[in-house]
Write a protein that binds this ligand. Structure first.
Ligand code: ADP
Length: 368
């Protein structure tokens, strides 16, 4: 059973250059499926490579289980092959001159696993990943998706304590991604290993992870369950990074030119007993906005807000409603739009609990 502990880790690639990862402290419990999520260049791969031992820290410390594997100040550095990790990267790096079976068996031979035991393990992983019938082919003779499965099989075969995956699904088409996603989740449940999965895709992270660590510009923004990240974002960056449709952001400083919105915000803030002066912005997820044709049907505990429907866009199974509140544009996501028409005036029904309030630095102010 293996947990990972990262303490105040800093990494700069060249002396004096900015930190690719800055002051990262992160505890990853045993058997966690942790997704490192953030935009390109935010330091996800660097973090993974530091855990793997492919990069050493500029300062700080990493512990895997009870063993310190990297502590620059103390001159400790355990090489990758001694960390009992499995890694799968975006380019799977299969040996081209070995068959698929030989590729998978290679790691077992290195570990000096006896032949009979190797046979058992091979049978199990080939079946688990559905690649039994390709086992005698060379990597160039199977599709990208199948190569990806082989890379996973090769890694699983050696039963690593910790499994590191760097955007492993990014080369797959949508259907295969979905299948592999489910497969990864199942493998995680079966193996009980600690998984660390790097992705820039918030949907992938939300659907796979038990815990998500969101990063931006080398800095950790928030660690939490997918629900925490979605419902209780630590700051505006996190709120804006997750969500299929971006969260609507109303800037408090824009309210001067929109008395309708100002009144609505003030009424809500009064109900929440919140101070407007320390607030920088308010976020509302598109899926939290209900459209009501008749103001009288908005429940008493909700402050209605009048808006005009500018457009209704079908997205297959749901609709995006583009709304105008006295000159301010916002978007709602609805599963159906019966009785609504472009050009019509509607009431927006938004629960108090659906307002995400941020201070002037962008940090969320809890409202409950
Ligand atoms: P991500 O995985 O989130 O896309 P990376 O960890 O790859 O981000 O990169 C973080 C930062 O470090 C980026 O600014 C990137 O340009 C820089 N970087 C990554 N690898 C190297 C390298 N080998 N040499 C110099 N800079 C690097």
């Amino acid at each position: 059973m293996t947990n990972i502990n990262i303490q105040n880790a800093n990494k700069s690639y060249a002396k004096g250059s900015t930190f690719a990862v800055a002051d990262l402290t992160l505890d990853i419990p045993t058997s966690e499926f942790l997704c490192l999520l953030g935009p390109s260049g935010c330091g996800k791969s660097t973090t993974l490579r530091m855990i793997a031992g492919l990069e050493n820290l500029t300062s700080g410390q990493i512990k895997i289980g009870d063993q310190i594997v990297d502590a620059t100040e103390e001159g400790i550095f355990v090489p990758p092959e001694k960390r009992n990790l499995g890694m799968v990267f975006q380019n799977y790096a299969l040996w081209p001159h070995m068959t698929i079976e030989e590729n998978i068996e290679f790691g077992l031979k290195i570990k000096k696993v006896p032949a009979a035991k190797r046979r058992d393990i091979l049978d199990t992983v080939l079946t688990t990943l559905g690649i039994q019938k390709f086992k005698d082919r060379y990597p160039s003779e199977v599709s990208g998706g199948q190569q990806q499965r082989v890379a996973l099989a090769r890694m699983i075969a050696v039963s690593p304590d910790v499994i590191l995956l760097d955007e492993p699904l990014s080369n797959l088409d949508a259907k295969l991604r979905l299948d592999m996603r489910a497969e990864l989740k199942r493998i995680h449940n079966e193996l009980g290993s600690t998984f660390i999965f790097v992705t820039h895709d918030q949907w992938e992270a939300m659907t796979l992870a038990t815990t998500i660590a969101v990063m931006n510009e080398g800095k950790l923004q928030q660690v939490g369950t997918p629900e925490d990240i979605y419902d209780r974002p630590a700051n505006r960056f996190v709120a804006e990074f997750v969500g299929t449709l971006p969260i609507n952001i109303i800037e408090m400083e824009s309210l001067g030119s929109n008395p309708v919105l100002q009144n609505w915000i003030s009424a809500n803030f009064a109900r929440l007993q919140l101070d407007e002066s320390s607030t920088g912005s308010v976020g509302i997820r598109p899926e939290a906005i209900e459209l009501v044709a008749d103001a009288k049907t908005v429940p008493d505990h909700i402050e209605p807000c009048q808006a005009k429907i500018m457009d209704l866009v079908p997205t297959g199974g749901s609709w995006i409603a583009e709304l105008d509140i006295n000159g301010t544009r916002i978007f709602a996501l609805r599963s159906q739009v019966k009785g609504l028409a472009v050009g019509a005036t509607v009431q927006l029904s938004i629960g108090l609990g659906d307002l995400r309030v941020f201070d002037t630095d962008g940090n969320r102010i809890p409202t409950t």
